[in-house]
Design a protein around this ligand. Structure first.
Ligand code: FES
Length: 277
């Protein structure tokens, strides 16, 4: 496929998505890559095609002593630079294609095989320094091309339809809009239905949402959009990440952060919050 928005930075994974010493496959702009993380937290990435007979390296295994990945077919072993290792000795020649990564805190960014044309937005790093990380929510591949998925997920006026059932939102109003180049920001007020106690008990997340819920959404096209919400128990941030996998396939997941008034409730709410999102 022709890369979508070549030169744009993509947040291809959060560190917590990659199990230590296990291969993790990422597809970006039609190209498969394999990532792995060492005991010491170093992240490596190679093109997912073995240069010998094209087996997918992500089906192989990691040697944690040498930080290498072995191919599942004939067990050739490569380090994170793509150099062959033989009987513990390193070859100097790069034969498996490495993917250039930019690891910022726990966020793993890449431009794929394209030259960078825009900077990585600093917003996720800033949020991570101010809020506690709660977890990853909604990780899935959506059938749809990237720009359509972005435009659907950017529709700030969907709350009273899409979120009517789960969050009982019945009305949504934009109160402010700002824009500067590829960045834009929406402030909005969403009204929650009058819920019975039984409804609140069956969906505990509703306890955290005030009757008039004020939120702000900041868009950093095309990498992330960020929803800031204020509830009775504290504030939370949803970082919605999207990147193109194939012409008609888009990856989406959310990084959830919170600053709770009583931090001890985080373990209690964590699961229901991630599930609801
Ligand atoms: S295909 Fe990978 S080692 Fe042969």
């Amino acid at each position: 496929m022709n890369p979508v928005l070549p030169g744009a930075p993509w947040l291809i994974a959060h560190r917590s998505m990659i199990r230590v010493n296990r291969p993790y496959k990422v597809t970006l702009n039609g190209q498969d890559y394999v990532l792995w993380q060492s005991d010491r937290g170093e992240i490596f990435a190679l093109n997912n095609v073995c240069p010998h007979m094209q087996a997918p390296l992500s089906d192989g295994w990691i040697c944690k002593q040498r930080n290498t990945i072995s191919c599942p077919f004939h067990a050739l072993e490569f380090d994170g630079e793509g150099r062959l290792q033989r009987e513990g000795k390193q070859n100097t020649q790069i034969i498996a294609q490495p993917l250039k990564l930019k690891v910022i805190g726990d966020c793993i960014w890449a431009y794929g095989d394209c030259e960078p044309r825009t900077d990585i937005p600093g917003i996720v790093e800033q949020i991570a320094s101010e809020y506690d990380f709660v977890g990853i929510a909604g990780e899935k591949t959506i059938r749809g091309d990237f720009l359509n998925v972005w435009s659907i997920n950017s529709d700030f006026n969907h709350q009273n339809g899409t979120h009517r059932e789960l969050f009982q939102i019945v009305q949504n109003q934009m109160t402010k809009f700002d824009k500067d180049g590829y960045w834009y920001k929406v402030e909005q007020e969403s009204t929650r239905a009058k819920n019975s106690f039984g409804e609140l008990l069956s969906n505990p997340v509703l306890f955290t949402i005030p009757k008039i819920f004020k939120s702000t959404v900041e868009y950093f096209f095309p990498s992330v959009l960020v929803l800031y919400g204020q509830t009775g128990i504290g504030s939370f941030v949803q970082v919605v990440v999207q990147y193109p996998q194939q012409d008609n396939q888009t990856k989406i997941y959310e990084l959830i952060f919170a600053k709770l008034k009583a931090p001890w409730i985080k373990p209690l709410l964590r699961q229901s919050m991630l599930k609801a999102i």
